[in-house]
Design a protein. Sequence first.
Length: 130
Amino acid sequence: MATINKNWDSQSQIIGTSDGYVTLSGTTESYSTDVDMETNGYEGAHVIIEMDYDSSPTDEVKIKLYGSLDGSNYDDTPILEMQGDNSVDPQQLSFIVKDLAHFRIGIQQTGSTDSHHVRAYVQCWNYQST
């Protein structure tokens, strides 16, 4: 009898490089690299956003999910939007993305007072029969 197992890809950083952060400026939205779930037949992805807030922060960080069919033309309106909590510093926030061909994450401050630091990682999966 076959057994179905979750087959995890390796973790990769999609915002920031070499475990470093990007620094948000004003309310300008920054975007992750494309996450391609189509090519390898991934069914889902575990995304982790890490936020390192300025001391005595006033602004929050908005996190937005944009889908795409081809990895270059993304939705104009996010599928999902959530907000970090600057009272939890540093903060790590996880969520699952399923059934999109491609996606990217947008990050944006709610105001122009702070310069928060953000990085993000993704680990995709599909299922295999053994």
